[in-house]
Write a protein that binds this ligand. Structure first.
Ligand SMILES: Nc1ccn([C@@H]2O[C@H](COP(=O)(O)OP(=O)(O)O)[C@@H](O)[C@H]2O)c(=O)n1
Length: 407
């Protein structure tokens, strides 16, 4: 479905004036090539003379499943996916300005997890579709984004949309993003010790925004997205070519048996028909995926409100914890409580998805034993902020126009 939304940034950034006769409308197209789907964001901006930052007037959003990595062995299909999504851009952007409207595609965990050769075959197809389109194709318009940028740009999107990047705003919010292949945590630490005690590589990044430098704690865990975690829990990671094997888990209903695909590979999965299913055993299984791998930041909930989106949001909706439009506030213990209910009642009351027990348990485990959140920590579950998708895509678009010098 196509979703349209309107947002007047001048309400968020009241300092920006917008003289009607001097303002100029421009467009930008950002593709998010994720592991479970490809999405197009067509942004309409209004740039007034006096404003340094443009006003976001509209986001047109559309998504297609599966993700490009499902086409590892048929890269033309990846090109086809992008060609179909481009129709949204053609409908939204007036023909007259196609030539001036940039197309950018950034791929995340799905392509990071493929071999370089297969990933590049896919990106070449996308580049080809871009090149033959009537839009502007900037240098470096098609690439795999690194995990640090993914976390930082999502943080910028959410803080921008919530008005926390205004000059007078002292507070910011942290973000928790749970994709299919990777998961990101990003926040602005209050204590020096959080930065100093972070692992040396890949946990701290800086960027420049309106003459101030922000130093963030950020990390992307590749292989710890929700779908990759399912594979790891089932013991099926790196099991390419084991078509004969059935991967079992006590996180799945005992009588469940099916095929399941991720990243272009299909696995046979089942519950443990002769064993036990339920929360305790399931927690033991998923704990192995998390324990000793996820770094626990020195400070967490004391300093930050965290916005949680992507699969955190989707699964909370599936589990009936929040409304699918409104979102809402949840404590970490709400995930735990519902995970227990879903897992321990699986045989009698099959959940809407056979993976709901595994997913809810993984989310609980990742938050508690992974990042080290307290059970009383409140998370703000969000899909859209002021009608704009909570995702790295808007941050990436701002970076494209304003070069935030992420380093
Ligand atoms: N604009 C977006 C992008 C992703 N998502 C959600 O993010 C999750 C999957 O993320 P992904 O496929 O991009 O995974 P990664 O490649 O980032 O690991 C799904 O729950 C999507 O519905 C979203 O809600 N809105």
């Amino acid at each position: 479905q196509v979703q349209t939304s309107f947002l007047d940034w001048s309400r968020i950034l009241p300092s920006l004036s917008r003289p009607a006769n001097h303002s100029r409308i421009f467009y930008a197209v950002m593709f998010d090539a994720g592991s479970t789907g490809t999405r197009i964001h067509v942004y309409t901006f209004i740039q007034s003379d006096s404003a340094e930052l443009p006003v976001l007037d509209n986001e047109m959003f559309h998504s297609i499943k599966p993700g490009l990595s499902a086409y590892a062995d048929s890269p033309e299909m990846a090109g086809q996916t992008v060609r179909m999504l481009l129709k949204v851009a053609k409908k939204t952007v007036p023909r007259l300005v196609w030539k001036r409207t940039p197309l950018v595609l950034r791929a995340t965990a799905g392509l990071r997890l493929l071999s370089a050769e297969k990933a590049h075959a896919i990106l070449d197809q996308v580049q080809h579709v871009f090149d033959e389109s009537p839009f502007l194709v900037p240098d470096n318009s098609v690439s795999i984004m690194n995990g640090t940028n993914e976390g930082i740009l999502a943080w910028i999107t959410v803080n921008f949309l919530t008005g926390h990047l205004k000059a007078q705003s002292k507070k910011t919010v942290g973000i928790l993003d749970l994709g299919g292949g990777s998961t990101q945590i990003t926040f602005l630490p209050k204590l020096r010790k959080t930065i100093e005690s972070a692992p040396v590589a890949d946990f701290v990044a800086r960027f420049e925004f309106f003459n101030s430098t922000f130093e963030l704690y950020t990390h992307s865990y590749l292989g710890h997205g929700l779908m990759a975690a399912r594979l790891a829990t089932l013991g099926a990671l790196g099991a390419e070519g084991l078509e004969w094997q059935v991967f079992k888990s006590s996180c799945l209903p005992k009588k469940f048996r099916d095929e399941w695909s991720f990243g272009g590979l299909t696995y046979r999965v089942s519950g443990d028909p002769d064993g036990y299913a339920g929360y305790k055993l399931c927690y033991q299984e998923v704990l192995k995926v998390v324990k000793g791998i996820i770094h626990q930041p020195y400070e967490l909930e004391d300093s930050n409100v965290f916005y949680a989106f992507s699969y955190y949001f989707d699964r909370a909706v599936d589990a009936g914890l929040i409304d699918g439009v409104q979102g809402g506030m949840l404590e970490v213990r709400d995930f735990k409580k519902r995970a227990k209910e879903v897992c321990n009642k699986m045989t009698k009351y099959p959940p809407i998805s056979p993976f709901l027990c595994m997913d809810m348990t993984y989310i609980t485990c990742l938050l508690k034993d992974g990042f080290g959140f307290k059970e009383s920590t409140v998370l703000q579950l969000t899909k859209k902020v002021n009608n704009v998708e909570a995702s790295w895509a808007l941050g990436a678009t701002l970076d494209h126009f304003h070069n935030l010098k992420i380093h």
